[in-house]
Write a protein that binds this ligand. Sequence first.
Ligand code: MG
Ligand code: MG
Length: 641
Amino acid sequence: MKTSIATVSLSGDLQQRLAAIANAGFDGVEIFEQDFIAHDGGAKEVGKMVRDKGLEILLFQPFRDFEGLPEPYRSRAFSRAERKFDLMEELGTKNLLVCSSVHPAALGGIDRMADDFAELGERAAKRGLRVGFEALAWGKHVSDHRDAWEVVRRADHPNIGLILDSFHTLARKIDPASIRAIPGDKIFFVQLADAPAIDMDLLYWSRHFRNMPGEGDLPVTSFMQAVMATGYQGPVSLEIFNDLFRTGPTETITADGYRSLIATLDDLRQREPSLTVDLPAMAPRSKLKGIDFIEFAAQDDQAEAFATLLASMGFERRLLHRNKALEVWQQGDVRLLINAEINSHAGDAYAQAGLCVCDMGLAVEDAAATLQRARMLGSKPFAQPLSPGELEIPAIRGLGASVLHFLDDASGLTRVWDLEFAATSTPATGTPATTPTGLHSIDHIAHTMSYAQMLSWTLFYTALFDMEKSALVDVIDPDGLVRSQALETPQPGLRVTLNGAETHATLAGRFLTSSLGSSVQHIALATEDIFQTAKALAENSFAALPMPQNYYHDLAARFDLRADFCQGLQAHNILYDEDDNGPFFQLYSAPLANGFFFEIVQRQGGHRGYGAANAPFRIAAQKRFLRGLTKSVAQPLADRG
Ligand code: MG
Ligand code: MG
């Protein structure tokens, strides 16, 4: 089964796009005519360029406004087609896409259109070319693949077939099961695209909002399942018109496309094992059991300050690595690492971004299988030189500058803490003795990225892991909008929020500017009793984010809370929210200068949210706090001057 992507889906010049497509692992491309015209070079040169990259031109598209025309338009359409056939011969491709006409003069009539295609088939056959007919969702007379198929069936020519495009079928809510009645050998080509569920004009929706299968809300897998049921074994190609992709980084978008296509084909196989999906075997979506560790890159003063923060949160330094400047801080099941190594991934991350999360260890059922699936989906493995006695833990490069390690019990990888580390009872230098605060596990981690990268991350997590996405939520930062997408495992395991910043003025945007691709902006830790935790934190001199009195007045009015309960919240700077399941409590650390912070949460009664209603007030408080930091640094200089 050949995989392909249309040049129109990507940014960059043709050379860059082809390089990225080959690099990502695709077998071929659709050459979109406009991209060819914009290129400074002839058809033969483009054909050679494609083949030199090890790719094949699987389709030339689109040829518009062909069928059902009266004279003189009809004759002109045929001569236009002959010129395109010339071009295809020079490019070295066999397949042309004709999309259903939107020409004002087009007359319609299934038989008239079928006659036109029969004649076009004759002309194509003389040159050994094939023509596929695609129903555009907004076509004048043909806007449904069932009508396009009837035209093709009546044209009854071996060189005329049908082209199916998931967007055109699914956007019009046509049942994909209707594809099952079409003979597979008459389907010449299949294009896949997803799209978010937005109610808008079909043409505008298609040209600007298509996205990769799995990134949107259309049932693309069911569509492809119906296609495969016909016995179709031809190419599967991505044709994605999206404004963000056409301005985004070519390599990332292409890699996303490959990941989405392979995941979709694998889903088909999992859903219906009797289908012949010509794809190497791959492990199923990995089952996440939780976060084994989160590693911070930190050196010198920043490492000491961070250790003090961890100590004030009740964490204890428990283990030291035998060979490296690497410490394990622990409380409950939460394991936070401080890595001060210089010549290492952590060292590079620190040099680039300062204190940051440089690595995460995910507890999975099967680490080797997770790595295998990740590689099949196009992720690059990650490895560092090992010293004697160190375990080889499967790892990949995530998006941005991140690294993910996979640990399981079955292959003994979780023994790493005994094998590579030695216990310590000496407190870290400079950190006062503190008391535990009842933080027992990681509730969620929050990644921050540009809005354009949100789809990449969503796809990354949902294609590799058994995770589901919840609805997108808009979070109001006083200086702009942040969109938030939550991803969760079906069983307790991992919760992730992806926050897409649209402007650099937002708190998320500011973090993004300083973090250079290290994207974990906050980590939320869970407690069973936030008031007890808050008291213990206060004893440890933990610096909580101060919340203003107005917030608590509003809270009392919104939720009908008892006055003494509200006073308790305010005394500890605890934020409150509730849904149908139960209440949700939040408490924030003061943000570090780069915008990173910890959150402490208590969920009751199975509360599902993340405190979106509180976010605007929390963000305003964080910005106020950070402005205070800037002032206190700037003040002495001003005094001197
Ligand atoms: Mg199409
Ligand atoms: Mg949060």
